[in-house]
Ligand binder design. Sequence first.
Ligand SMILES: [Zn+2]
Length: 132
Amino acid sequence: MPAFEDPGEGIKIPQKNIVKFVIKEALKGKKAASQEELAYIIERELRRGDPKYRITGRRAREIALEVPVKVVTETREGPMPRRCPACGHSLKKSHTRNLAGRNIVTGLSCARCGYHGENGKWAPRKYTFRLY
Ligand SMILES: [Zn+2]
């Protein structure tokens, strides 16, 4: 088992398939406004069965991508990433030519998770989740 699935005493990490199922049910007809909210919704469901269940916002988001769920990423100013800052996938660049004739990157987008940044706003600020 990967290290993150060894949380210590009194905490239970839910299996991925269970989390996927809960996400699908939880997002029917509504959306989660952040990864923290998504994690909260998942934990609330799981804790009906066992109050020891925990899930982090990051893991909730990573599993949501596999459901798949539509993730909208809002961005803010930040350094230009080499790979998708939301999921680690490679990025597609869009360019424009500046006055000096040099190509500059104006946009980055990810085909896996739907991340899109432009004009210096590269850093994920907030994620929203809904079913397709
Ligand atoms: Zn991505």
